[in-house]
Design a protein around this ligand. Sequence first.
Ligand code: ZN
Length: 301
Amino acid sequence: MTNDCRTLLLDGATGTELGRRGVDITSTAWSARAIRDAPGVLQEIHEQYLHAGAGAITANTFRTHERSVIASDLSGAAKLLTREAVQIAIAARDNVQPAALVFGSVAPLEDCYEPHLAPKFDVCKAEHAQQIERLLDAGVDRILIETINIQHEAMAAAEAAREYAPGKWMISFCTLADGPPGTLLSGQPVTDVLPQLSDAAAVGINCVAAPAIAPHVRLLRALLPDTVEVMAYGNIGRVEPSGQWVQTDAVSPDRYAMYAQQWRDAGATIIGGCCGTSPETLAAVARQLGPTRLEGENSRA
Ligand SMILES: [Zn+2]
C-alpha cells in the first residue's frame, strides 16, 4: 500500500455512458463497439472523468476478450481492439492528466450477472492470461479484474495476473446487494478466496447498488492484510429478476457521493463509479472526498 493515505479516484461508467451519448451498446459487442464506431466519444468520456478528478481511468476492454469478440458482431481482431481501446485511454490520459493511471479491464468471460455460465478453471485461466498479456503489451499501468461473480473464475484470473503482472493487479467482485455481506452472485462467500488474494494491490466490490456497498467494504477491510487496498465502485441502479432496471436514490450525484464517503469511512481507498454513473457523479465524489492522490508518473518512471 502506498504511504499516501488519500483516496485514488477511479473513473465512472464507460459502457452506460456511451449509451447515454447515443452510441449503440445494445449489440452483443456492448461497449466494445465504440472502439471502432465512436472512438472520439470514448476518448471524450475518459477525458471528462479526468477533468472531474479521476486519478485512474479504465480502458474500454470489458468486452474485448477473444471469446467476447468472436461471439459478437464485431469484425476486428480481439487483440487489435484491445490495443486500440488502451491507446484511446492513454491518449486521453496524456491530454488531460499525465500523472493518472490507465487500468486494463478484465471482465468475466461470460455474462457478468450469470455466474453459472463461467467456463471451467483451466479455460478461465488461459483466456484471462491471454487478455492480461495483451493489455500489458498495449501499455496499461495495472490490471483491473472486475465484476467477478464466482470463486473459481476469480482464482483463475488472479493466478494469471500474478504470473504476468506481479504487484500490479487488482480484483473486484460483484456481490448480492441484498445477501449477507461478501456473498458473490454465485451464492459463494468471497471470504473463502480472500486468503489467496493477499498479493493483490487491491480487492474490491463493484457493480453493486451504491446504497448496499458499505457493509461489503467493511468486511473486506477487516479480513485483508493492510498491504492490500480496498476498492469500491457502485451502480446507481440494479436489474430486477424481471429484467427491469430499477434506479436507486444514488442516481443523484450528491447522494452517490454520500455513499462514496461511507465506503471511505469503511476503509476503501480506491473509489469510483460503475454502471449508470457519469462525469457529474464523479465530480460530486471528488468534491465530497477532498484531495485525492495521483501516482501514475511515479509508477511509470
Ligand atoms: Zn457496472
